[in-house]
Design a protein around this ligand. Structure first.
Ligand code: FES
Length: 584
């Protein structure tokens, strides 16, 4: 039997490691920290001063996109053991985008808080974040950023391409299309139900360029993940070998004290914004990146997204802005090939988890399919990125994803058809008597961070049935909500301040004229200041006093507006990793 000496336990090689202060002590406290861990069968030398690696896992059966992460964790552990570390897996609140009510976004900050304190409170030296579904990775990373240990990200990976009647179908994107087709009488209910079975064929995240795929791509572009993280399918052997290798990397990161803040800086955020434009990324990432920047003290605002994406067309031809799916992007070369193509406008000296700059060995990153990853002289669409809109309807700003919009609607003036909240919208949108035509602008209030609460993905409002029957396929829609990264349309989102917080959106009335000039990035309510001031006198929040306890109350009292990242105000910034006091 292996014999362990006091030296192995107490005379740790690296007394600077956080874990040394728990596992390296030959006293009552050291006994307590080690002994209970040994109930799981760890030998003495598991606590000999080796790097302790936390594997923060958002596995859950109610988060189907993350349902295979327990399996993935085992591969990470292989790599950690092999590199001389001690892997310890722990759970974190899982946020299933398609399952949670009123919206998973309400709980992103709660996950971030849980992850932050789980990392800080435990004797770990580095952490691997296993997430994937839309809000899990941003929430985990925000929490980890406020502790700042060596950290890397492994995403769930996308589902295999959906299949229906011999064709590829995409998560989310085709749901919206099929749903409108049913409402317009072009698709039977039997076909609609049959499509359900073909859409989600394997574990993993939405295989369109939704919020999960977008953020996974950004993790690669920001140097937080190994190459292939975004595109290797969830079921692929390559994802498992990448996870194994990630286990080795995180141990090396601890040994070299390569902390998260040494990787995520202004350069990496600028790289992320440019890649975001090239892939036609989700508008949700704008909010997540701002919240993350806030944790790290990196200056980032909506204008940065607009300016840094102006010279980047849409290059990756993936739904919802294009036609292919993530599996196709993977076989075309994935994010590494895209980075290679964009090297002249990226910060190639940006740091990564491996310690090598982003620009290392770029020539190896070939593109194998120019239909899927286009070049800048043959883009999918000439305009991409995120536009920041300004004007009297959105003093804090609003955003639109121009590549998902109808070009002819990107400059449009129309009469407002106003819905006071989501219930009002659902009750009246299909009313044959609704006073609406294809030039109207649909306005939805009450869906911002405080109003819903949680800022749900309802901004891509379904069009009125009577217009669908006439063949109308898109209209300008404005709200303080978000929309799914898988959605499309001329949809103006994240209007700040939101209506519930007394923003001008709350003052819009049926028949008001709204002027949207995308070319000038402006969004204005054509109502005089005097009239708006008069309307403001009778403004009252719709949800005031409704939530009096628990997390909902904490959230509503402290959530920032969308233009700042919708973090809780007291979570902005970092507290570091040091905890002075012992537990017993
Ligand atoms: Fe989980 Fe799309 S619903 S990634």
């Amino acid at each position: 039997m292996y014999k362990v000496t006091r030296k192995a336990m107490g005379d740790h090689k690296d007394k600077a490691l956080r874990s040394h202060h728990s596992y390296g002590k030959l006293d009552k406290d050291g006994f307590i920290h080690r002994s209970w861990m040994k109930s799981q069968g760890y030998p003495d030398d598991a606590f000999d001063g080796r790097p302790v690696i936390g594997i923060c896992n958002t596995w859950s059966e109610i988060t189907p996109c993350n349902s295979h992460l327990r399996d993935i964790a085992e591969y990470v552990k292989r790599g950690v053991w092999e590199a001389g570390g001690l892997p310890l897996e722990f759970p974190a609140m899982s946020l299933g985008e398609t399952q949670m009510r009123p919206t998973a976004m309400l709980f992103r900050n709660l996950l971030a808080m849980e992850v932050e304190e789980s990392i800080r409170g435990n004797p770990i030296d580095g952490v691997v974040l296993l997430g994937g579904c839309d809000k899990t990775t941003p929430g985990q990373l925000m929490g980890a950023a406020s502790v700042d240990l060596p950290t890397l990200v492994i995403s769930s990976g996308p589902m295999l391409n959906g299949k229906f009647r011999g064709e590829d179908i995409g998560s989310g994107t085709d749901v919206w299309k099929f749903s409108e087709a049913v409402r317009a009488g072009r698709m039977s209910m039997d076909q609609f139900i049959a499509a359900e079975n073909g859409m989600s064929r394997s574990p993993g995240t939405c295989m369109t360029m939704g919020s999960a795929s977008t953020f996974a791509c950004l993790m690669e572009a920001m140097g937080m993940s190994l190459p292939g993280n975004a595109t290797f399918p969830g079921v692929a052997a390559a994802r498992r070998s990448m996870s194994h290798h990630s286990g080795r990397v995180i141990v090396d990161m601890v040994k070299k004290d390569r902390r998260l803040s040494t990787i995520l800086d202004r350069k990496s955020f600028e790289n992320a914004i440019r890649i975001h434009a090239a892939i036609g990324g989700s508008t949700n990432s704008v909010i997540h990146l701002q919240a993350l920047a806030g944790r790290l003290g990196v200056e980032l605002n909506l204008q940065d997204f607009d300016e840094l994406s102006r010279d980047v067309p849409l290059l990756v031809d993936i739904q919802p802005s294009g036609q292919y799916l993530m599996e196709d992007f993977n076989y075309a070369g994935g994010v590494p090939a895209l980075i290679n193509d964009l090297q002249d406008i990226l910060h190639l000296d940006a740091n990564t988890i491996t310690g090598e700059p982003l620009g290392t060995d770029l020539e190896k990153n070939e593109c194998f399919n120019r239909e899927v990853i286009r070049t800048r002289d043959n883009p999918v669409k000439p305009v991409s990125g995120t536009w920041k809109l300004s004007g009297n309807l959105c003093p804090g700003g609003a955003v639109i994803k121009p590549n998902a919009a109808s070009p002819e609607l990107l400059n449009h003036t129309g009469k407002a058809v106003v819905f006071e909240n989501i219930e009002d919208f659902k009750a009246r949108i299909d009313d044959p008597d609704l006073d609406v035509d294809k030039n109207s602008i649909l306005v939805l209030k009450g869906c911002g961070p405080k109003g819903y609460p949680g800022m749900p993905e309802v901004g891509n409002m379904p069009l009125p049935a009577k217009l669908l029957e006439q063949g109308v396929e898109d209209m300008v829609r404005i709200s303080d909500a978000r929309m799914s990264g898988t959605a499309f349309g001329t949809v103006i989102l994240h209007v700040s301040p939101e209506s519930e917080a007394g923003g001008p959106l709350a003052l819009v009335k049926n028949g008001d004229i709204i002027e949207f000039k995308g070319d000038q990035r402006s969004l204005n309510l054509m109502v005089s200041d005097e009239e708006l001031a008069k309307r403001a006198e009778s403004f009252a929040p719709q949800e005031a006093g409704k939530y009096t306890r628990g997390y909902y109350k904490l959230y509503i009292d402290h959530v920032q507006q969308a233009d700042q990242g919708a973090d809780l105000d007291f979570l902005v910034g970092s507290s570091g990793s040091i905890v002075e006091r012992e537990s017993h």
